[in-house]
Design a protein around this ligand. Structure first.
Ligand code: 7RM
Length: 647
């Protein structure tokens, strides 16, 4: 049964037409979309030419030697020029490029001119440190404007940045430095998080101690909590002090690398996903413009840290390439209190708000009263990303945050895809709570079986892309064999996303999550997200995570970890009610075999539930292996102590 049929009376899909939407009519959208699939070369050639600023026009749109793609062959351009210089003429020189709010409440605004000057100074400083085109530079910073400045400065001189999320350990940082062979690391004396100063510099020191390839560490003064520099270190402010505020942008080839971003796979260490210049920028630029239906005067807030791909493509590159104002917030959503985000939206009059379902579920848990204290009428459009959004959370987001008035775009994509591949477009498509929507322009998306054959509507299968797209990853840094094997070997001639999905009769995609998270119970396929969605429809449940546990009889048994909303009590009655609820929403086969009540669920700092941990707890064993990305280590203890209710 498809989600679309599950709530027909409760929520009628609706089209939210937006004033002066990009696509004036559905038929205009449809003919463009058809063209993008039928003649991708022609479509992308025209769009690439029109949307980006080139030093030299490309000679050929696509060179495809499966699984290796070259887009906009022969073109020359510069990403920092596209994100900054091209806006300086024509009225945007004094427009805010970055609006920053620190966790302690400090606010900074950088205009496009100021951003230009800072980027150029820092680019010159990098050159002064011997950084050349093609060199790799590590960025390990808090969510401050300098993170964007450092990225853009690398892009300006043709250096390849690799941003590592500040929450990662020194061990992870070391692995990444070594894998990409960086010779310079950019960090800070700390950042503010949860009201405290988080140390980054100690982690850099520990990593650099075992990375002889690193010849310089540049340290930004953010908190003043560092007294002495090591011989290898230089202060950011001292390095830029006497640098000129101009720096000619390097003429980069379309296929020159722009960045490497590490992401976890199902095996081995994190992979260095490599993105190149023109195709990536076009993907980030175009989806920001069309999916968020950007207007000249918008204030755009993507809450993702720049350490994740969402921060790369939307907080930084997509927003700035469009000349919009991007909001960066340094801290956590409940500092000093759970209404910090709503305070920020009200204070700065944010128009577009883009966040993750896991955050939305936290807000639900904290209570509507925190939202109701604030005037959120500036919001025009809401976005969701990172995991399937359960219809309950979707409706809450739509109603309580969006006041029933803002379209929601549920954007499906990955580090590897560079930009959105599945989404609805505001003003064009009806939205269905829980479905990410339809493939973006030029994206040949399909749900296939193990043989690579497309399955019928409503049937679960593997989510694949059958043709290359401009912002796709080009390879895994240093391991093209692994690239080909990981992404292009599972399903013949297709890019395999690792996700399971189904497509409904209207062509909408319903993502069930990673295939590794799909359970097989008595030979039946079951999406953990589906069970979770069912559980959270119960008024007592704040959040739920479902994992498989080896079971002699069924293959896998379903174990649900549940956190409750304030004022609700666990117990056998609730267990029965929840099992019944799941049975009702999906079917008896999906009934959890065990429901465990927990204080909190273990999450990575990017907000993804760590199912691996839950599987270990569910299987009754100890938590083993790497927990360095876990947001709060105490969660493990609370889980192990959680009451198991076997039924
Ligand atoms: C952007 C990002 C990618 C994985 C992907 C999916 C899941 C992301 C959605 C989603 C359902 C969505 N990059 N995912 N967005 N699932 N609906 N709108 O998250 O590389 O870190 O993760 O995230 O499983 O494969 S990522």
């Amino acid at each position: 049964m498809s989600h679309s049929m599950k709530h027909p009376e409760k929520y009628k899909p609706s089209v939210h037409f937006v004033k002066k939407a990009v696509f004036p009519s559905l038929s205009q959208y449809q003919s463009m979309h058809r063209e993008s699939l039928r003649s991708p070369d022609k479509f992308w050639g025209r769009i690439g030419k029109g949307e980006l600023a080139w030093f030299t026009q490309p000679k050929k749109t696509l060179d495809w030697k499966s699984p290796f793609a070259k887009w906009f062959v022969g073109g020359k351009l510069n990403v920092s020029f596209n994100c900054i210089d091209r806006h300086l003429e024509g009225g945007k020189r004094h427009k805010a490029a970055i609006l920053f709010e620190g966790e302690p409440g400090d606010v900074r605004v950088l205009t496009y001119q100021q951003l230009h000057d800072e980027v150029c100074r820092f680019a010159n400083a990098l050159k002064g440190e011997g950084v050349k085109k093609g060199d790799r530079v590590m960025i390990y910073l808090p969510m401050v404007p300098e993170a964007a400045i450092a990225m853009l400065a690398c892009a300006r001189i043709g250096a390849v940045h690799s941003v590592v999320f500040g929450g990662f350990s020194s061990e992870s940082l070391k692995d990444r430095i070594q894998d990409c062979g960086a010779k310079l690391v950019i960090t800070a004396d700390g950042g503010y998080r949860r009201g405290q100063v988080g140390g980054l510099k100690q982690n850099v020191d520990a990593a650099v101690a075992v990375c002889p390839g690193v010849r310089r560490v540049i340290v930004l003064k953010r908190t003043g909590h560092l007294e002495k520099l090591n011989p290898i270190d230089r202060w950011w402010h001292e390095l830029v002090a006497h640098q000129p505020s101009t720096c000619p942008p390097e003429k980069m080839d379309s296929e020159d690398p722009l960045f490497i971003l590490y992401t976890s796979g199902s095996t081995g260490k994190p992979k260095g996903i490599l993105h190149t210049t023109a195709g990536y920028l076009l993907g980030a630029h175009l989806t920001t413009k069309w999916v968020f239906d950007l207007k000249e005067t918008d204030l755009f807030w993507c809450t993702a840290d720049v350490g994740w791909v969402t921060g790369h493509s939307y907080t930084v590159y997509g927003a700035l390439s469009n000349g919009t104002t991007t909001l960066m917030y340094e801290g956590v959503p409940n500092q000093p209190e759970p209404d910090r985000f709503w305070q920020i939206i009200e204070k700065h009059r944010v128009n577009i708000f883009y966040t993750a379902p896991t955050a939305i579920r936290s807000f639900i848990r904290w209570g509507d009263h925190w939202v109701k204290k604030h005037d959120l009428s500036s919001l025009r459009l809401l976005g969701s990303v990172g995991e399937p959004i359960n219809p309950e959370a979707w409706r809450w987001y739509h109603q309580v945050i969006g006041g029933g008035r803002c379209p929601i775009v549920d954007t499906w994509w990955q580090t590897e895809t560079g930009s959105h591949l599945i989404t609805t477009l505001p003003g064009v498509h009806a939205t269905k709570p829980g479905s990410a929507g339809l493939p973006f322009f030029g994206v040949d998306m399909a749900v296939v079986d193990d043989q690579g054959k497309e399955v019928k509507a409503g049937v679960q299968g593997k989510l694949v892309v059958r043709k290359p797209w401009p912002s796709m990853l080009r390879t895994i840094h240093g391991d093209s064999e692994r690239y080909a094997k990981t992404y292009w070997s599972d399903v013949p001639n297709c890019y395999f996303t690792g996700d399971g999905a189904k497509k409904d009769a209207d062509g909408y995609f319903w993502i069930s999550g990673r295939i590794d998270d799909v359970l097989n119970v008595s030979g039946h396929r079951l999406g953990t997200a589906e069970v979770e969605s069912a559980l959270v429809t119960h008024p007592a449940v704040a959040e739920a995570a479902v994992v498989g546990r080896p079971d002699d009889l069924k293959g896998q048994a379903v174990v649900a970890f549940v956190t409750l909303k304030a004022g609700h009590k666990s117990g056998s009655e609730l267990v029965a009610a929840l099992r019944e609820r799941v049975s009702k929403e999906i079917g008896p086969i999906a009934k959890p075999d065990q429901i465990r009540f927990a204080e909190a669920l273990p999450k990575t700092r990017s907000g993804k539930i760590m199912r691996r941990l839950l599987k270990e707890v569910a299987a009754g064993g100890a938590v083993k292996g790497d927990v360095t990305t876990l947001e709060d280590l105490n969660v493990i203890a609370s889980l192990q102590a959680s009451s198991g209710e076997e039924s």
